[in-house]
Design a protein around this ligand. Sequence first.
Ligand SMILES: Cc1cc2nc3c(=O)[nH]c(=O)nc-3n(C[C@H](O)[C@H](O)[C@H](O)COP(=O)(O)O)c2cc1C
Length: 182
Amino acid sequence: MKVLAIYGSPRKNGNSSQMLDHLVSFLPDYAKVEKLFLSEKNFSGCCATRDCKQLGYCPVQDDMQEIYKKLLWAEVIIFASSSQFSDVSVPVKKLMERTWWMKGILKNKIGAAVISGRRYMESTINTLSAFMLRHKMILGASPALAYTFTEMGEIDLDYLAFRDTEKLAQRITELYNLIYKQ
Ligand SMILES: Cc1cc2nc3c(=O)[nH]c(=O)nc-3n(C[C@H](O)[C@H](O)[C@H](O)COP(=O)(O)O)c2cc1C
């Protein structure tokens, strides 16, 4: 099971990162997990030149080039995002835009997401789910949520957050076994 865990918050060790760490710790021993911290990467959103339409790839030379390789490698892609102004964090949004040329290429990869927020997370759920479905990825469950107020470490105050994250790890494993272990 090749897993790309995408830590999408601007805060490396923040609430959504703690959720994703927890999820990863509940994946089976045979999972090979690559952790990607978007806050450490330097890349832009889509420049909308449409050059990728002719080329079949994105020609912008920044850290997305190494991220593309990781996306292609993965069988399972899991996003962690904070909810910011009712939607995904800026690094996650930039990554999404930059996958425009990849339509069809991420098809059938298993997708999942964890989201932390103070309270307004509906659009964040929708954006992440719609993104993965646009890529025809396979989703086995809704994103796991943590209601965390605003500070780091407050994930502990939401007793359902870790439980739902564990359930999501189980569901990813179930789906992986259905698809890959005939
Ligand atoms: C600029 C900004 C905007 C935010 N907007 C929202 C929001 O619209 N809805 C919400 O539920 N939480 C919002 N929050 C709170 C964060 O989502 C919350 O603190 C989250 O747990 C942070 O996750 P992180 O530690 O992984 O960054 C916002 C925080 C920041 C910094």
